[in-house]
Design a protein around this ligand. Structure first.
Ligand SMILES: [Zn+2]
Ligand SMILES: [Zn+2]
Length: 406
């Protein structure tokens, strides 16, 4: 205890007694008991007073400049800022930014007595958090807060950061010709030029934009980001139970959503093009979960195949041997994918002859198998293929995804 007294006296001397109870007490956590640093400081001043005279605190606290006296005003400012912003939230986290000179003074005192168990910043955050929980009737969440409140003492302002919300669901793409996500114009890279009719895009619509339009309106969000469990080509439909996705909405003001109503509104807006189903609110971890490694998945495709010579039912039996496929990166994607040979499994294939030169195939296969190339053979880069087994050039003229499992 003697040591504590000496150290406390040292702080009193350095600051000429201009130190508030909290800033004094904070240096003696946890060795001096008390409910908070204010109590610790008051106790220390008390025992020092009985030993010898300590100067009356004449000026503002050397360390914090009496910041805790302004706490009531600060709380009011924060609450008003939140109300004015109109943001909806259930959980929050509050932090503060202190001017460098305050941090330097705190460091100086800490160095003198070698204690760094608590800090002014932590104490302010604690006090603000406690009071805001009570007054706003919301909960502090350290990991995934809806709203981050930053009290910036350095610039004397309150900053609000609204964290994104995440909606998981499945989509069906009912028509061909729409990309999954917004595709910036190749020529102007999104700035807008003659070629893209000053839209900055290769295609006027995408699955993402079609569904986000309605969700952005409902949430009053600023921007959307689409995370799909893989993607289909522009000319491929996505049918069946749909493809899983997570839609991220940045800076949403509204979080309380009636998902049934939202589903109807999206589907009304995207009518005949895109349909969403099974919407649910999820946490941000699902963003990466949805992009699970493609080999753990399986997919079912329906393909319409055109042959450049006539064939008959008997020859088609050869297709039942399609099983382990060695597939070198297809020519059409080789500019953006590493050139390597992948092994993928065809689990099941159903073959239906439509006429002597047209087939319908339903292929159940491992994720990551390129179906168009499974059919054409891609100049022997895919082996075996429909082309190699029939000895007739085969081409995929229509493709639908019927099921995606992750
Ligand atoms: Zn102080
Ligand atoms: Zn352009």
């Amino acid at each position: 205890m003697k040591n504590v007294k000496e150290q406390a006296q040292k702080i009193i001397d350095t600051t000429h007694g201009n130190i508030c109870n909290r800033c004094l007490g904070r240096n003696f956590y946890p060795q001096v008991s008390g409910n908070d640093n204010h109590e610790r400081g008051a106790y220390l001043k008390d025992i020092l007073n009985t030993a010898e005279e300590i100067p009356e605190k004449g000026e503002a606290c050397y360390v914090c400049g009496d910041i805790f006296r302004e706490l009531e005003d600060i709380l009011e400012r924060i609450i008003n800022t939140i109300h004015d912003s109109g943001v909806e939230f259930e959980t929050f986290l509050v932090g503060c930014r202190l001017p460098p000179e305050i941090l330097e003074k705190e460091k100086k005192i800490q160095n003198e007595i070698g204690s760094e168990n608590d800090s002014l910043k932590k104490e302010i955050n604690r006090e603000l958090g406690k009071e805001l929980e009570l007054r706003l009737e919301k909960e502090v969440d350290f990991d995934n807060p809806n709203l981050v409140i930053m009290m910036d003492f350095a610039n004397n302002q309150v900053d609000l950061q609204i964290n994104p919300l995440f909606i998981e669901g499945r989509y069906r793409k009912l028509i061909r010709g729409i990309p999954q996500t917004r595709w910036p114009c190749r020529k102007c890279r999104g700035k807008g030029c003659k070629k893209c009719d000053f839209t900055g895009k290769m295609y006027p619509e995408s699955v993402e934009e079609l569904m986000a339009e309605t969700v952005l309106k409902a949430t009053e969000g600023q921007e959307s980001k689409f995370h799909g469990a893989g993607r289909e080509d522009i000319d491929v439909r996505m049918l069946g139970r749909g493809r899983p996705f997570v839609l991220e909405i940045k800076e949403p003001k509204i979080r309380e959503l009636n998902l049934e109503e939202l589903t109807s509104k999206i589907n009304e807006y995207c009518q005949g093009k895109v349909e969403v189903l099974d919407l649910k609110m999820v946490s941000k971890d699902r963003r990466s979960g949805i992009k699970a490694s493609s080999t753990e998945t399986y997919k079912i495709y329906r393909a319409l195949v055109e042959l450049d010579q006539e064939t008959d039912e008997e020859k088609l039996n050869a297709l039942n041997s399609l099983n382990i496929i060695k597939q070198r990166t297809p020519i059409r994607v080789s500019h953006r994918r590493a050139d390597k040979i992948r092994t993928r499994e065809v689990k099941e294939i159903q073959v239906k002859m439509l006429d002597s030169s047209h087939l319908e195939l339903v292929v159940n296969c491992e994720g990551g198998l390129y179906i168009k190339e499974l059919i054409s053979g891609d100049e022997d880069r895919t082996q075996p293929s429909v082309t190699s087994l029939l000895g007739i050039n085969a081409k995929c003229v229509e493709l639908d995804v019927l099921e995606v499992n992750i």
